[in-house]
Design a protein around this ligand. Structure first.
Ligand code: FES
Length: 355
């Protein structure tokens, strides 16, 4: 008796309109293969919930790893739209996806080894971790992230954004701001003791959150360790000589949650009036000496205040904050295509979250 054996791959994905093509190995999803090949494929959550990796299948056979209908409309699915992070291939495919062109060819991610060289408490629950690499990672863009593991201790990778612009850092060093997540395995381990000298692995760079070339005013909104990629972007804008107006709204609970204030003052001093840093505290005790703004950081995003309709927005932080900021900004007239964001999901929500 003869049987037919389905080919398991690898299969080839050809991408329009960019003309790129890459191989998808058995066991890999379409998004992972695209990112491993250094393509600027839009993405965020990597677990089928944000919809950013949507693309259109023009030809070929795929297997949906999850029900797309949680995220995609019936109309989109009828039109062949799929989620790359929830798709494995059953044949060679042709795919259509809109990829923003990064300012330079994206590096193909690699895994580098190194050791924690320094740890510094930034607040009561955020540490800066500086890693000395044995050999440099490929060049990254400000705003991108890497995955961190601690061999033999924490094997499941966790994602952290680079906390400095590449030109502010030695090529064989990387730094991250890591917030303690309750029950987070990685962050619990890191925050429990002085981990200097500990061997770690860093895989990257990843991510499609980078500075889009434009002279439009920028509005940045961040909370918690979302400071890291925004600080990296601001350092880049500063190194480029502040060719545009930039407003940075940082939401925190109390004064104890504010950090990088010296760095923000230094950027402001170089900004020649083009940079405005606005910390907003949501739970600062009444009657304290705080004279800055109070409340929810997204509440100050009014159309008149910051030339919002003409702005590009860069948002980073917890999903609730990012979603609220997107809603406010679109209401204030910011075009959806001008809103760039990185939602920080913890490890329970993503294949390599931040827990
Ligand atoms: S749905 Fe695929 S990256 Fe979020």
């Amino acid at each position: 008796m003869f049987g037919f054996f389905a080919r398991k791959g690898p299969f080839k994905a050809s991408v329009a309109p960019s003309g790129a093509s890459f191989e998808v190995k058995p066991g890999d999803n379409l998004l992972k293969a695209a990112l491993d090949n250094g393509l600027p494929w839009p993405h965020n959550c990597r677990v089928g919930s944000c919809g950013q990796c949507r693309c259109r299948l023009k030809s070929g056979k795929i297997k949906a790893l999850n029900d797309f209908s949680y995220v995609l409309s019936g109309e989109e699915m009828d039109d062949g739209v799929i989620l790359a992070c929830q798709t494995s291939l059953r044949s060679d495919v042709e795919i259509e996806v809109a990829m923003d062109q990064p300012p330079m060819q994206l590096s193909q991610p690699i895994t580098a080894t190194g050791a924690i060289a320094d740890m510094r408490a930034l607040t009561h629950d955020i540490v800066e971790v500086c890693i000395q690499l044995d050999a440099p990672l490929p060049p990254y863009l400000a705003g991108q992230y890497a995955e961190l593991t601690v061999p033999g201790v924490i094997e499941k990778p966790r994602s952290y954004s680079f906390a400095a612009a590449p030109d502010s850092e030695r090529p064989d060093q990387v730094r991250f701001f890591i917030r303690h997540v309750p029950q987070g395995e990685m962050t619990g381990w890191l925050h429990a003791a002085d981990r200097r000298g500990q061997r770690v692995s860093v895989t990257g760079p990843y991510g499609s959150f980078w500075l889009r070339e434009s002279s439009a005013p920028m509005i940045c909104v961040a909370g918690g360790s979302g400071m890291a990629p925004i600080k990296a972007l601001l350092e880049q804008v500063s190194q480029q000589g502040f060719q545009r107006k930039v407003t940075y709204v940082f939401g925190a609970r109390t004064q104890d949650d504010l950090y990088c204030l010296d760095e923000m003052h230094a950027i402001k001093a170089r900004g020649n009036g083009h940079f405005n840093f606005i910390p907003v505290l949501s739970r600062e005790p009444e009657g304290s000496e705080w004279s800055g703004l109070r409340g929810n950081c997204v509440d100050i995003l009014s159309p008149d205040a910051h030339d919002l309709p003409n702005s590009h927005a860069y948002l980073c932080g917890p999903p609730g904050m990012v979603d609220a900021a997107i809603a406010c900004l679109t209401k204030a007239g910011v075009r959806e295509t001008h809103i760039f964001y990185d939602k920080f999901l913890d490890a329970s929500h993503t294949p390599s979250g931040r827990g």
